[in-house]
Design a protein around this ligand. Structure first.
Ligand SMILES: [Cu+2]
Length: 390
């Protein structure tokens, strides 16, 4: 039996990621712009000024409807009106997930039942008001550290929730960019929870939208969130992955494998093949696609085979201008980054972590399926493979 997971082109494991993905409503973009509730919002104080509790209480409040990755919640690319309070709810779920065709299993620790957790999208100077819920059925205590936030432990010290508890954290999204969030309960539990799937990302857009270095506005037609996850599954004396009955039972075994720094799996969106087959990402020639990529624990290097990063925010900071025309971009462990590409040719594109061992042998591969007209000017098969001419 082959022990190493490979690329699967026909299977989908979306059901292992989230049973209730509201994917249809996930795509983009400008819907809220026409919402009269926003148009009628009172003129807000200057965006960057600190606000009193009374002023914050007077701000418009919006509830973000979370959607499972690879989709993003509905959002405006350019903000209407001043800062808002964006209400976000994350329900912790400890659940068994199957990771590959070999039947490797993990008791994943998740935000909202998916690995990665759902992407949050706000604008600079908005307030994120998070309700973190740990149901009574959980085995463990959890919390959340937002790299986008400012304050001790990214809110981690203020959000420890035992089973049966919930907490509410508010932070102001002062830095524009894409950022990781993750569970960080303390000590060895920090890598254990992060390497069991407990991480996600938030995008904080500039209020006036994304821009190139010369100030030209950059807009996208579609957006996808690719969350890369390294897992460290232990094997028994027969070289088989060990199966466990409950969440947390693998703690000691996991720590031993994590200490080797050698993941058993490196995957996109929770499992080998999650973004292949039925999970393939869709686009059309001429569309600009935003690809947000996070890795909460380990360095990675996304590459779109056959395409490029037209605009790349490798560090994730929208304060800095994007790099342009990249072949591969680096995303540091503990960070998110993003790229925009306008597809110019139809076909199947592989989107990989271009450590190709991790892509092909460990699982870090996705597919884009792009429809449209082929452009012979850009590429043409001049002669099919055939016998060498004498
Ligand atoms: Cu946790």
């Amino acid at each position: 039996m082959e022990k190493t997971p490979g690329i699967r082109s026909t299977v989908s494991r979306r059901n292992f990621l989230s049973g209730t993905a509201t994917v249809g409503g996930g795509l983009l973009a400008m819907e809220m712009a026409s919402n009269p509730a926003h148009a009628a919002a009172p003129k807000s104080p200057k965006a960057s000024a600190p606000l009193s509790e009374k002023q914050i209480a007077a701000l418009p409040r919006v509830k973000q409807e979370m959607v499972a990755p690879p989709f993003l919640p509905k959002h405006e690319q350019v903000a209407t009106g001043g800062p808002k309070v964006v209400e976000v709810r994350l329900d912790i779920e400890e659940k068994k997930m199957v990771l590959d065709d070999e039947g490797a299993e993990i008791w994943a620790l998740t935000f909202n039942g998916s690995v990665p957790g759902p992407m949050i999208v706000v604008h600079q100077d908005d307030y994120v008001e998070l309700t973190l819920v740990n149901p009574e059925t959980s085995a463990m205590e959890h919390n959340i550290d937002f790299h986008a936030s400012t304050g001790a432990l990214g809110g981690g010290g203020l959000t420890h929730v035992s089973p049966g508890e919930e907490a509410v954290l508010r932070f102001r999204a002062t830095k524009p960019g894409v950022f990781v969030y993750h569970c960080a309960p303390g000590g060895a539990m920090i890598p254990y929870h992060v390497c069991h799937g407990m991480n996600g990302a938030i995008m904080v857009l500039p209020r006036d939208g994304l821009k190139a270095a010369d100030g030209t506005p950059i807009r996208y037609d579609r957006a996808y969130y690719i969350g890369e996850q390294d897992y460290y599954l232990a094997k028994d004396e027969h070289d088989e992955y060990i199966k466990y009955e409950t969440a947390g039972e693998d703690y000691a075994d996991s720590l031993k494998v994590m200490a080797t720094l050698t993941p058993s799996h490196v995957v996109f969106n929770g499992a080998v093949g999650a973004l292949l087959g039925e999970g393939t990402l869709k686009a059309s020639v001429g569309e600009s696609v935003l690809m947000v990529h996070s890795q909460a624990n380990r360095d990675t290097r996304p590459h779109l085979i056959g395409g490029h990063g037209d605009y790349v925010w490798s560090t994730g900071s929208f304060t800095d201008p994007p790099q342009t025309g990249l072949e591969t971009w680096f995303i540091a462990g503990g960070a998110a980054g993003c790229a925009i590409y306008t597809f110019r040719q139809p076909g199947i594109y592989a989107y990989v972590n271009h450590n190709l061992i991790e892509a092909v042998l460990k699982g870090a591969s996705a597919h884009f399926e792009v429809d449209g007209e082929w452009n012979d000017d850009l590429m043409k098969q001049v002669r099919k493979p055939s016998q060498i001419k004498k």
